[in-house]
Every structure is written in C-alpha cells, then in structure tokens.
Design a protein around this ligand. Structure first.
Ligand SMILES: [Zn+2]
Length: 350
C-alpha cells in the first residue's frame, strides 16, 4: 500500500489517517504552508511547522486548532512518523516527511532553493518517493540572480522618486511582500504598505524576521508622506480606487511570471520583476535529484514536461492531479480558503 494516495479531499495517508494540504475539511491536516491553495479552512486539527504557526493562524478561521512542530522534530501519528523540514518558500513553509515500515515519502509543498532572508533555507531530504510542485517546470524559466532583480527594483524606485512619482509595487501579501521589503533600500524613501501587507509583515516581525521600517499607507494623513515612497500592495489592489490616493505613479508586479513579457502587458503594468518564491527549471531538477527518490509525483504547474524529463532519466514519475496552484499571475492564490464550516476546538494532535 502506498503511503499516500490521491483521495477526493486531497493527499491521504491511510496508515496515519491524515491528509497533507487537503482542499476540503478533514479531521487531521498536515499543512506545508499557509497559502490559500494549501491551507483550507474547516478541518478539525492542523499540524504545521512551529515557525509557520503564527502565519497559518492569521490565515485560518478564528479558533482553529493548530499545532506547531519545530523543524526536524518527529511525532508519531497512528504509527506513521511525521517530521517537517524547511522548504524555503515563505515563513514556516515545510516539506512533510513521512516514514512507515521503512518507506520514506516527502511532500514538498511549494519550495525554492534560492536564499531568502525572510525564511529558513530549503533543506534537501532523502526519500524513496518525492512529491514535488512544478509551477515553473519549463526550461525557459531560469531566474536571474536576486541581486540583479533587487538592483532593478531599487533603481526603478529611485528614478520614480526623482521624477516625483509614487512606486506601486504589487506582490502577494504572504511571503512575496516581506521578501520585497527585505530587499528594498530604505535610503531612497519611505516604504508604505497596504493594510493586508502591513498585518502580515507585523507577524513576520514578531517571528523575529528583521525588515526595514514600514508604515501603513491607508490613512489619509499619510498622503503628505507619499513623496518618494514605494507602496507594497497585493495584486488585487492594482487599478483599484485605493491606489488613486498616491497620485502620479509607476506600477510594477513582482512574480516569476514577469519573466515572460506577455504577462506584464496583460496586466497593463509599467514594469515586471521576475522574482519568484518557487524553484526555476534547473533548481527544480537539482532538488529532485538531491532527494535520491526513485519515484516522483508531480502535482501542479508544468507537470507534463517535468514528468517526461524525469522518465527519460529512468525515474518512475507520474502526474498527480491536485488543486494546488503555486504562483498564479492573478490574485486568487493569495487568499485563504473558507470552504468549510467545521468547528475546530478539538486538539487531535496533542
Ligand atoms: Zn505557496
């Protein structure tokens, strides 16, 4: 019997009787990270990494039962040994390692191997079966060095500030926004934030992540302070009435999709910065290789090309149809999922 199977509500571990990132409410959910397509509302109990507990709590329904487990620590769930290991995607993101009768499986969730000052670096975990994302699993996706991207972002901001324009930089509320803030040069001007970004950034700070000072941009009094400012806002704020208060502005979106020019044109943006929280093609293949896995399940993104490439290398690879979305070039993936109405007062993982 395989350690995980694809069931109606998500990836199910039958011997342990729990799900990994279920898309519908279940009794026991192990969560790789707090993005909406991996953390769905309504389950009775959630297990996540200890560094990810506060961000997951902020995204879940009030009163949700959430237990945080430190990276690398093991617990036994009905005889299946479960541990969580850094995935380098956002704060608290984890790969889930499952061991049962000598078989080792790892579910990656979303991950990247590039350094990121806002979360613990990705850690390769050896396993027999590896379940991977492939959001950017095509050879055309190769990220430029981050230092180049941040130099471009700061250069764009500096030029806008000199021209008297506000810089509107869009990126996902959880993860991308904080990584952007971490890379900004505060000497250029004030860093202002959309309310949703400010709330999440405060949680990052309480978790000990060091970030330049930011101010909430929502209040009218701040209008006088927007000169030379950069505003970090979620993609759904783009083009909304909220943005008009900032007067003359230049707009940009930070996303891996910005590597492809059409994506920026479709959103009518002035600039696009190819900064992604997912592995690019070479890093994806290197990460899979480092697991030593003989069997690989590919869950979301460009699954077909990745499966073909792995099979040509002699691996037992297959595409598995999940509801994970990875990084979308619109706002939907940024939202939490209030799909269920379960009461979550019971601590099933204690
Ligand atoms: Zn994600």
């Amino acid at each position: 019997m395989p350690l995980l199977t694809l069931a109606d509500r998500g990836l199910y571990c039958e011997p342990g009787d729990f799900y990994v990132d279920p898309w519908e409410p279940v009794d026991r959910a192990v969560i790789t990270h707090a993005h909406g397509d991996h953390a769905t509302w309504g389950s009775r109990a959630y297990l996540t990494s200890e560094p990810g507990e506060s961000v997951l709590r902020a995204r879940m329904e009030p009163g949700a039962s959430i237990r945080g487990l430190p990276y690398g620590e093991t617990i036994s769930v009905n005889g299946v040994t479960v541990s969580l290991h850094p995935a380098g995607h956002i704060l608290g993101s984890a790969q889930i390692r499952l061991v049962h009768r000598g078989e080792v499986w790892v579910v990656s969730g979303d991950y990247k191997t590039d350094p990121d000052p806002t979360c613990t670096p990705f850690e390769p975990v050896r396993c027999h079966t590896f379940i991977t994302e492939s959001t950017f699993g095509l050879p055309i996706y190769r990220w430029p060095p981050q230092s180049e991207i941040f130099a471009e972002i700061n250069g764009w901001w500096r030029a806008n500030a000199a021209a008297g324009k506000t810089s509107m930089l869009y990126g996902y509320t959880l993860g991308k926004a904080q990584r952007l803030i971490a890379g900004l040069d505060p000497a250029i001007g004030p860093i202002l934030t959309h309310g949703a970004v400010e709330r999440m950034t405060a949680i990052y700070r309480s978790a000990g992540i060091l970030l330049p000072a930011t101010s909430y941009a929502g209040t009218a009094e701040r209008r006088a302070e927007t000169k030379r400012a950069i505003v970090i806002a979620p993609p759904h704020a783009s083009g909304s009435s909220w943005t008009r208060r900032f007067g003359s502005q230049s707009t940009a979106f930070a996303s891996g999709w910005m590597l492809v020019r059409g994506a920026r044109r479709r959103r009518a943006l002035d600039r696009g910065f190819a900064l992604s929280d997912h592995v690019d093609w070479p890093s994806l293949l290197a990460a899979i290789d480092a697991t030593g896995a003989e069997e690989v399940w590919v869950t979301h993104g460009f699954t077909g090309p990745v499966v073909r490439w792995l099979r040509e290398r002699g691996l037992d690879a297959r595409e598995v149809q999940t509801r994970f979305e990875g990084e979308r070039d619109d706002e939907a993936a940024d939202e939490a999922g209030p799909l269920g109405s379960g009461t979550a007062e019971q601590e099933v993982y204690s």
